[in-house]
Design a protein around this ligand. Sequence first.
Ligand code: PLP
Length: 378
Amino acid sequence: MKYNFDDIIDRSATDSLKWEKYKNTDILPMWVADMDFKAPPAILETLHKRIEHGILGYTDIPERLNHIIQDKMKTLYDWKIDRDWLIWVPGVVCALNLVCRIFCGPEETIVTTTPIYPPFLAAPENSEKPLVTVPMIEANHRLTLDFETLEKEFKNNAGLFMLCSPYNPCGTVFTLDEINRLVTLCSDNDVIICSDEIHSDFVLDENKRHIPTASVSQTAEKRTITLMAPSKTYNIPGLGCSFAIIPDQQHRALFNRSLTGLIPHVNLLGLFAAKAAYTDCDDWLCQLIDYLKSNRDMVYNRVNKMKGCRVFPIESTYLAWIDVRGTGLTDPVAFFEQAGVGLSDGSYFGQKGFVRLNFGCPKSVLEKGLNRMEKALG
Ligand SMILES: Cc1ncc(COP(=O)(O)O)c(C=O)c1O
């Protein structure tokens, strides 16, 4: 093993959002999607070099970085994108909010599915647009889209559908059939798709692969705004660097206009980190994925043995969506905090009776958290 993901790195006194929440307590933070691993050495070296230069001025998007993204899309997904389609933004959430503002008319609704990453629920409200939520449905121990209900809602004057692919929090990796079906429904009902693919590098199921929504057809390409970032993959979310891929020229012009003067440029450290991430970190990522697979297996096996808890096979991400309704707990998050484990509350994702556990941490920490949960549940 070249990289050591077992190392426990003290994050106290670093103003970490994840760790500050439980500062001065014995609660293990396993909530927000931020891993407890160091960023890859190639990224850290690049950042050191850039800082040592000493001048941290306004920085252009390196043309080389645009080409790297074009190559990445082609190599990984056989998706040929134009350089002009790329727009760099300081955050995927910021782009989600912009998209809600721009791509939904005054009489239209925004549709998304639940449970979902909470900013999907907040963004329409921030834009004063009506939000319609459609619960995911279970099919063969997997949560997926409810196409019948989605179609009904699309016909009911929807302007925009917000998709999370792969899916936070349920881990679903959508199949080609599912994506094609969704695109057809959106196209038939003139609905624009915003596809948040920030978790695309975390496919853990060997029989699955990530397929960018926009890549499946020209129809898909024309009506999809894709959002991606190196932030989750390489554990650099604090650097605020992400990008949108917008093939449709009119959509792109609207997006660019609404960015201008309001949304800051991506900071230079984020850009340098992105360049290193996409050129020199493949082996680090391969090893990380193996590590996460083994953490995933541990979570799956142990949580499904806990009294009243259930988790489906986790196809992607480093997040486990745990059904705790069988425990009868009225406040599961408070219960697990009492036991020394800090989890995310399902109600923020639009589904009570669930908690989300982040297993992007050293194995010994994960074991400790699971031991505590097991012991508390008896
Ligand atoms: C689906 C999804 N989108 C976006 C984000 C955050 O993106 P950013 O930090 O670039 O705003 C997260 C973080 O957990 C996420 O899970």
